[in-house]
Design a protein. Structure first.
Length: 89
């Protein structure tokens, strides 16, 4: 999580990294994406990533046991850090 400097009067920009995991029967695909934007934009991307993981992340044995859990927890921690940096409850 990183807070980028903004000129006076400009909207504060943040950086959020999320993991999208997709389970595929005998394999899986995982990608890490980094977003820069306002708090609301970053949280919208977090919500999209978590929704993707919850819908498509369970479709392999390894995903059920480890990989999707790792992605969900990592994303949750990143969002928690963003909330702390942004001063949101």
């Amino acid at each position: 999580m990183e807070q980028t400097g903004a000129p006076l009067g400009a909207t504060q920009q943040y950086r959020l990294r999320v993991i999208r995991h997709t389970g595929m029967l005998l394999a899986w695909q995982q990608s890490t994406r980094q977003y820069t934007g306002t708090y609301e934009q970053c949280m919208a991307e977090y919500n999209k990533a978590q929704q993707h993981n919850l819908l498509f992340g369970w479709w392999s044995i390894a995903s059920i046991l480890f990989f999707n859990w790792f992605a969900l927890i990592s994303n949750s921690r990143a969002a928690q850090q963003l909330r702390k940096i942004a001063g949101k409850p």
